[in-house]
Design a protein around this ligand. Structure first.
Ligand SMILES: NC(=O)c1ccc[n+]([C@@H]2O[C@H](COP(=O)([O-])OP(=O)(O)OC[C@H]3O[C@@H](n4cnc5c(N)ncnc54)[C@H](OP(=O)(O)O)[C@@H]3O)[C@@H](O)[C@H]2O)c1
Length: 198
């Protein structure tokens, strides 16, 4: 599909991969209106989009993120806490009735905590990046290029048009500065997708 004129190129470039992964994970989890979704690593592109789509679908979202991203995620409607030591108790405080599903969008998520929060089961937990999922028997959702369909793009653009999808500004690097862009990516905590511009 063509990029809508009013959609900034840098936003459009950042949308397909993260957006497709978020949509695919939510579909896999079968999230229903009124349920509580835990998003581990909600500050990134995937987590930010999944959080908004889940809230728009009528779910409650509890999210983990670095402190610098709390305000942004709260403004999107999520209940947010910091990841790392003690997160299990902090998440329980935000979701006293438990969580119905978990989406891990961080390579260093805490999938053991996710299992505990799901009452000892691995059902309705999906990992997009944390490969400890394989040892724990948790669904790891590896994407394929075929997943990036026109239909997915239409869904994402439509959500953006309706104001249901706000993305953090992309981090822009000149093409000749690709090495610096990779260093920024390795750092693992930036906000917004990295976009190389000619
Ligand atoms: N399987 C698939 O089909 C698929 C598709 C797309 C992406 N992915 C993978 O999914 C992951 C997320 O992608 P993305 O595009 O959202 O990446 P991203 O935009 O680079 O965001 C990564 C986020 O991870 C957060 N983070 C870092 N350490 C964390 C921790 N210990 N616990 C929780 N969050 C932590 C950071 O948030 P703070 O700044 O708040 O620390 C950062 O914003 C990547 O590993 C990517 O490769 C997989």
């Amino acid at each position: 599909i063509s990029k809508p004129d009013e959609l900034d190129s840098k936003v459009a470039a950042a949308l397909p991969v993260a957006g497709e992964a978020a949509l695919r994970a939510l579909a896999h989890l079968g999230l229903q209106r009124g349920e509580t979704l835990l998003v581990l690593g909600a500050a990134g592109g995937v987590g930010t989009i999944a959080t908004q789509l889940a809230i728009a679908a009528g779910a409650k979202v509890v999210a983990t993120a670095g402190e610098a991203n709390h305000e942004r995620l709260r403004a999107l409607g999520a209940a947010v806490t910091t990841y790392g030591d003690g997160q299990l108790d902090r998440i329980r405080a935000l979701a006293p009735h438990g969580v119905d599903a978990v989406l891990s969008a961080s390579a260093t998520g805490a999938l053991g905590d996710a299992v505990e929060l799901r009452g000892g089961t691995t059902g309705r937990i999906a990992s997009l990046a944390d490969t400890s999922a394989f040892e724990l028997g948790i669904d790891f959702l590896a994407g394929t290029p075929a997943d990036r369909s026109r239909e997915t793009l239409r869904t994402l653009v439509s959500a953006w048009r309706q104001g249901r999808l706000v993305l953090p500004p992309a981090r822009r690097f000149a093409l000749h500065d690709a090495v610096a862009a990779h260093r920024e990516l390795d750092h693992g905590h930036g906000t917004g997708k990295i976009v190389l511009v000619p």
